[in-house]
Design a protein around this ligand. Structure first.
Ligand SMILES: Cc1cc2nc3c(=O)[nH]c(=O)nc-3n(C[C@H](O)[C@H](O)[C@H](O)COP(=O)(O)OP(=O)(O)OC[C@H]3O[C@@H](n4cnc5c(N)ncnc54)[C@H](O)[C@@H]3O)c2cc1C
Ligand code: FES
Ligand code: FES
Length: 1329
């Protein structure tokens, strides 16, 4: 069949509009097409790997077999545009718009406060919208499943689920559902145990306001596509790109012919395997064969012996088919189907399951494949087809290992997969352990099947297959062979484990390493299988009595819980806050849960982020060449090959910088030497992103390696490699105190680093102007003034020529304080040299590689204490890994040791902090700024003391907590009254003591599952330790129509600062917020700003806005007095007539803050935020998995400016903290290359990680007269409370170890990953390794 040289027309619909593409490039993804060609920028780029869901859109297609329209969500970044022939795409813009009509999904996510930075929101909306198109009244389980593939770094997911739940059939809108009580039952007047008079509320939104879901309003499937589908095009369609040709035949015959002609060409279905491989491993295929229009690949047939599923069916369709079979057939026949179903629920996110095909999954033969091990043990066969005819091959170990004799021939393709029914006396199970419950690749998985001789427990057949333990799925055929004929008992179990450990040998170079953990899982899974089968046999026994001699072993009751998996649960909880006084005027918004100003625009995709700014005239794209060596001399940079590539304009090196190239230690572009992998060496400027990325591969940098190469803190200490002098604080006489105590304990704590994983990667657009060297810079930053200043010194032009604009930032968390200035400055150099506007959008991988994150910490401690638990002396020596440059490391160290005492009064203290210089990318600011790492050490000391004293940790905490007005280690006076109140209220609200007893009771009864509970107090200091950093300014204009424009120095990062500022202005000017607007943060309107950070942004900028408004009001006072009945508009008109300035600058000089490090004393912080959190978890000692049962947080928010926003900050920070302490793990290669780049390798919490019950309450009636309207900055503090989950896990592990008679104290290591938990719960299986 000849392949035409001209491209066919690609026809599909987007948001009801027909798209006809005549010269489509098969390499273009739907995401690029939407954003660049159609300018539909609501769909976002977050990772480009299908792992974050930011790019989710809905695809609708007529199913050729059922003739029904199938709506399914996909991640547009993995969808090749050519695969869309004949489909209808709906993007967030097609769902609703603030200009016309917003959709109920959009309305509810915004009004339920489910958006913060809003970058994930369009993706969330699309996942929820697609769900509702298929299930207008979904179950809560369906809702969680639908959102499982969407990451959010800001909200902590709770409010997103709350919005989705309003559509669910079971929903009654009550957020306390699941706790047995309704919030309405307790009234709105829970004045708390402390007898305060304040009115407490639990409603953050009014469900009754929501418009109903009306499915008749949805976009219809285009009739033209219906006609096309009913009369399908049989002709082969061909699309030629520059490098790749896409061929989509219309018949099986043509496909088989093409396969003969192009045997090397892959079949492309979901592209979830091929796409990432083409991108990351640079596997290039010049011809792609798309079988998407071949009906034979979608046929499902049921026979008496089994089920045959077309290779083209998506994994989601497979799930539905298997569910149907499992409900139709007797259980004994559906063992394999149920095992597959179990894994299909957690494989990838919903979008991946919608896109990935069964054929693609089987044929990819990933070593981690969740389905292949089950299909292999279930004796599945593959139906192959070619022009020669059909044949079957078994899906067995040889096929999975890719042996040529057991594989497809080049001209063959997989038509379908046959899965036989299971039989009586046959049992099939599936096991899986991943870093998170959902949307995470498995560490190890397994499929296991056993067949018994009828009526006996004698093994007639056994198959065990493992994933994640080698380069392909491993079938333990030898072990199985040797176990045939054995009885199903303990002896067999021991023998099986021994054999398995011998056969499934995991090389040290196994993907992802973790050899011991994986070996432990190999046998632990088998033990679970052993128990499961034993239980089933016992059930059968009741029907088939066996003689006593053949009795099966008893399963001790304490072992039964090993059989239960942690189910995916839907979180519930209550958010309690103090309502405003009843006499507060209705129009005064302060203290009310006002929706984020951009909430609706986030939800409709109309909120503009940096890269959503349309392409400007003559714009070029910049890409960065980074070091591949950790420490080396740069011998040469040869860009000649790059420069000759089509579209490449220039390569910019340090020599092109007209001004200063950063500092001596911290260069913008490397000069002479590189100090880490990922250090920026030069920048390529090209016409398109693709050209720029191709060109960076062609820039040849030659290096000469240098010594030493230091990666770890331990090595840095050995080499005396530090970034700054040690910081020290001391109180009392520590040496003397150690001599007088009853006991001492020493230990070590390791806290891993953390990646910011803001959903919007670093972006900047620099537009040079034609006059006076002016530059406009649009940048995603927390500190535009810093970008402005850095650009100025880099270009050697005055600051006044540079204007930085920040509309909004898609998440910062500290990662956009210092780094954006580097990207802005390099882009500015490119812009000046080329004379063109320059855009930079960092790839997720590059962002993670280059930008650094939270400082990892290593600490040694010694605690001296009395037998009653009173701590008398505490000596902590901390080392953080600062990476290769100073950045914020010195400040981090300072903050760390200033905050290290947390809530405890200890008379004799010594805290020392050091920042290590290593050959890793420079670490930087991150929410909490050292506090979350440092305080984990302090709390670990407490648990160590508790273990030694034989007392519960909460008793030690209580005993040592500040109780009365006192002074901190740095002699700052404070009152701990609210700290104590938070603690007591948290104990009470969480029913801590009775639950502690229940936990103990559970643990006595269960050997393989353990529960743990922990309650943690917190004293968090807000702000910077310098007065100048607390200054803030605002500019308020009143226009002649009465509308008000508020500008201030804070940046909108999702924390709702603009919303809060308008609340302040509204109260001050006594006009509704609807009269007001914030346009952007710009260095031209408010100059010399300070970074929006340290939890203080709203606080200080609020004071500045208040000041500006008060100045204006003062000017208007006499006019108002003169005409008291007049309207705002009348007064403004009169003011204009009287030539009264309607514009005012507001200024706040800042809170006094200083620290004298010589003396070790000062008043470094304006105030403290207090809080307490209690978490309960259950761990699976056999796998290391954990379930978060419940978390209760009590936070002292004082008089919250906006309870919905503050609640969101606390919840979001808590979940981010939970990620730090439980799942987020940075992994490096031995050469210092960050391996964990992207959402597949670095696991931030997903929607299923939220505690099953999650309650947050604000402490009633607390005051802090210092701040704006007595509110508190709550941006960071919740982060540390995530450690309550860590300590609950540690509590459970400690219980398991105690029961197993293992020494209790062990090195504390965060994150408490499944690997750490499993290996700490030493047992007979870990002993075998
Ligand atoms: C974000 C993400 C998360 C994931 N999570 C998981 C997970 O948790 N567990 C897990 O097991 N997997 C996971 N995967 C992998 C996923 O299951 C596979 O990528 C997917 O099943 C491949 O199917 P596809 O249709 O996309 O294949 P494609 O990428 O389209 O094709 C893959 C390969 O299969 C070949 N092929 C496809 N169909 C046929 C056929 N009919 N005959 C012959 N050859 C064929 C192609 O030639 C190609 O080489 C994840 C993937 C992503 C992107
Ligand atoms: S950008 Fe597509 S899934 Fe992340
Ligand atoms: S609101 Fe979800 S990532 Fe910011």
């Amino acid at each position: 069949m000849p392949c035409p040289t001209r491209s066919d027309e690609l026809v599909f619909f987007v948001n009801g509009r027909k798209v006809v593409e005549r010269n489509v490039d098969p390499e273009v993804t739907l995401l690029t097409f939407l954003r660049k060609s159609l300018r539909l920028t609501g769909t976002k780029y977050g990772c480009g790997q299908g792992g974050c869901g930011a790019c989710t859109v809905m695809v609708s297609r007529l199913d050729p077999t059922s003739k029904k329209i199938r709506h399914f969500s996909v991640t547009a970044c993995l969808v090749p545009i050519c695969s869309l022939y004949g489909t209808a795409i709906t993007t967030v813009e097609g769902v609703g718009s603030i200009k016309t009509r917003i959709h109920p999904v959009q309305e509810r996510i915004a009004k339920s406060h489910g958006t913060q930075c809003g970058f994930c929101t369009p993706g969330m909306v699309m996942s929820m919208y697609t769900l509702l198109r298929n299930h207008p009244e979904p179950s809560e389980e369906q809702l969680t499943e639908a959102l499982g593939g969407n990451l959010c770094r800001c909200t902590g997911y709770r409010p997103i689920l709350a919005s989705g739940r309003t559509f669910c059939m079971e929903s009654d809108g009550c957020q306390q559902k699941g706790t047995g009580k309704c919030c309405l039952d307790q009234g709105e007047n829970d004045s708390s145990s402390l007898g305060q008079k304040s009115r407490m509320c639990t409603e953050l939104f009014v469900k009754e306001e929501f418009q109903p879901l009306d499915s008749t309003q949805e976009l219809i499937f285009p009739p033209e596509l219906l006609r096309m589908a009913e009369n399908p095009e049989k002709r082969t369609l061909t699309f030629h790109g520059e490098r790749v040709t896409w061929i989509s035949p219309g018949t099986l015959k043509d496909l088989l012919e093409l396969k003969v002609k192009h045997p090397e060409a892959p079949l492309i279905l979901g592209n979830t395997s091929l796409g990432p491989a083409m991108k990351s491993q640079e596997r290039f295929h010049s011809i792609l064969l798309s079988p998407v229009r071949i009906p034979e690949l979608y046929v499902v047939s049921k026979t008496s012996g089994g089920l045959t599923i077309g290779a083209g069916c998506s994994l989601d369709q497979v799930k539905d088919i298997l569910a149907e079979m499992s409900s139709e057939l007797p259980e004994e026949k559906t063992q394999t189907y149920r095992a597959l179903l179990k894994h299909l629920k957690s494989l990838g996110g919903q979008q991946i399951r919608n896109m990935a095909s069964l054929g693609g999954h089987v044929m990819s033969r990933h070593f981690f494949s969740d389905l292949n091990p089950i299909l292999a043990v279930g004796n599945a066969t593959l139906n192959l087809i070619s022009e020669e005819g059909m044949r079957q091959i078994p899906l067995n170990e040889h096929f999975l290992a890719g042996l040529a004799s057991a594989d497809l021939k080049p001209e063959e393709l997989l038509e379908s997969v046959h899965i036989p029914h299971s039989h009586k006396w046959e049992f099939v199970s599936a096991f899986r352990q991943a870093e998170c419950q959902q949307n995470a690749l498995p560490d190890v998985n397994a499929g296991m099947r056993v067949l018994f001789e009828e009526g006996t427990d004698t093994i007639a057949d056994l198959s065990l297959a493992y994933g994640g333990v080698g380069t392909a799925t491993v079938c333990a055929a030898l072990s199985c062979q040797q176990l045939l004929g054995r009885r199903w008992n303990e002896l067999m179990l021991d023998e099986a484990c021994r054999l398995l450990l011998e056969e499934v040998s995991i090389p040290g170079s196994a993907p992802g390493g973790r050899v011991e953990f994986k070996r432990a899982l190999v046998v632990s899974f088998f033990f679970k299988f052993y128990l499961e089968v034993l239980k089933e046999l016992k059930t059968l026994l009741k029907l088939f009595p066996v003689p006593d001699s053949r009795r099966y072993p008893e399963i001790p009751d304490r072992f039964l819980s090993a059989l239960e998996d942690f189910p995916v649960t839907i979180p519930h909880g209550v958010q309690t806050y103090q309502s405003v006084d009843s006499d507060q005027p209705l129009q005064d918004p302060v203290g009310r849960p006002i929706m984020h100003l951009s909430g609706l625009k986030h939800a409709t995709g109309e909120a503009t982020f940096c890269d959503d700014i349309p392409v400007v005239d003559k714009e070029l794209v910049m890409a960065l060449v980074t070091s591949t060596r950790a420490h080396a001399k740069i011998i040469s940079i040869d860009s000649s090959e790059a420069l000759v590539l089509s579209g490449v304009v220039d390569v910019i090196t340090a020599d092109d910088i007209p001004g200063t190239n950063g500092t001596e230690e911290d260069r913008l572009l490397a000069v002479g030497e590189v100090h880490c992998v990922g250090q920026i060496i030069c920048a390529v400027v090209a016409e398109t992103e693709v050209q720029a990325k191709q060109a960076i591969e062609k820039v040849k940098v030659t290096y000469e390696d240098l010594e030493p190469v230091i990666f770890s803190i331990e090595d840095a200490i050995k080499h005396n490699s530090f970034l700054c002098p040690e910081k020290k604080l001391e109180k009392g006489n520590i040496e003397e105190a150690f001599e007088k105590v009853d006991q001492t304990v020493e230990g070590e704590v390791h806290v891993g680093g953390q990646e910011h994983f803001y959903m919007e990667t670093q972006r900047v657009l620099v537009i040079p102007k034609t006059e006076d060297k002016e530059l406009d810079i649009y940048v995603s930053t927390q500190d535009p003034a810093h970008v402005q200043k850095t650009v100025s010194s880099t270009l050697s032009i005055p600051i006044n020529r540079i204007t930085c604009h920040v509309k909004r930032v898609g998440g910062g968390f500290g990662g956009k304080v210092g780094r954006p200035s580097i990207f802005g400055a390099i882009a500015a150099v490119c812009a000046i040299k080329t004379g063109h506007p320059i855009r930079l959008v960092l790839d997720r991988e590059d962002d993670m590689l280059i930008t650094g994150g939270r400082h990892p910490l290593f600490a040694k401690y010694k605690v001296g204490f009395m037998n009653n638990g009173r701590i008398k002396a505490l000596d902590i020596e901390c080392y953080v890994n600062g990476g290769c440059m100073l950045d914020d490391s010195e400040l981090v160290i300072e903050f760390l040791i200033l905050k290290l005492e947390n809530a405890y009064k200890i008379h004799n203290l010594r805290f020392r902090g050091n920042a290590c210089m290593t050959n890793l990318p420079s670490n930087t600011a991150f929410r909490g700024f050292g506090f979350p790492q440092g305080t984990l050490v302090t709390e670990s000391c407490i648990t160590a003391v508790a273990a030694k004293c034989g007392l519960p940790p909460e008793k030690i905490r209580e005993k040592n907590m500040y109780k009365t007005i006192d002074k901190t280690i740095y002699k700052q006076a404070f009152s701990p009254e609210t700290l104590i109140r938070c603690w007591n209220e948290c104990l009470e609200k969480s029913s801590f003591h009775s639950r502690r007893m229940q936990v103990e009771e559970f643990n006595k009864k269960n050997y393989w599952k353990k529960k743990g509970i922990a309650v943690i107090p917190m004293k968090f200091s807000v702000g910077f330790a310098a007065t100048s950093y607390h200054q803030a300014a605002a500019l308020v204009h009143i226009y002649t129509d009465g509308s008000v424009l508020v500008s201030h120095g804070g940046n909108e990062l999702g924390q709702g600062i603009h919303t809060k500022m308008l609340q302040v202005a509204s109260r001050e000017l006594k006009i509704p917020m609807s009269h007001m607007h914030v346009c952007e943060t710009s260095t031209a309107t408010v100059p010399n700003t300070v970074a929006t950070a340290a939890s203080i942004g709203s606080d200080v900028n609020g004071k500045a806005v208040q000041n500006a408004c008060q100045i204006l009001l003062k000017r208007l006072e006499h006019i108002m007095k003169k005409n008291p009945e007049g309207t705002w508009e009348d007064w403004i008109e009169a003011a204009f007539e009287q030539r009264i300035s309607l514009s005012a600058t507001g200024y706040f000089r800042g809170y006094k803050a200083f620290m004298d490090w010589e003396k070790g004393e000062g008043d470094p912080f304006p105030y403290y935020v207090y809080g307490a959190a209690c978490s309960e978890v259950e761990i699976d000692c056999l796998t290391g998995a954990h379930k978060k049962i419940r978390t209760d947080i009590v936070m002292d928010a004082c008089c919250s400016l906006n309870p919905a926003i503050d609640m969101g900050q606390i919840e979001g920070a808590f979940i981010q903290g939970m990620g730090l302490y439980t799942t987020e793990e940075l992994k490096y290669s031995p050469e210092g290359v960050l391996y964990s780049r992207g959402p597949d390798k670095y696991k931030i919490p997903t929607i299923t990680d939220v505690p099953e019950e999650f309650n947050v309450s604000f402490l009633p009636s607390s005051q802090t007269p210092l701040t704006i309207y007595s509110s508190k900055g709550l941006g960071e503090s919740g982060m540390f409370l995530g450690s309550s989950v860590f300590f609950a896990i540690a509590d459970a592990v400690a219980t398991a170890r105690k029961e197993r008679d293992i020494a209790e104290d062990f090195t504390v290591r965060s994150p408490a990953t499944p690997e750490w938990v499993r290996m700490a719960c030493v047992d007979r299986f870990t002993d075998m390794i």
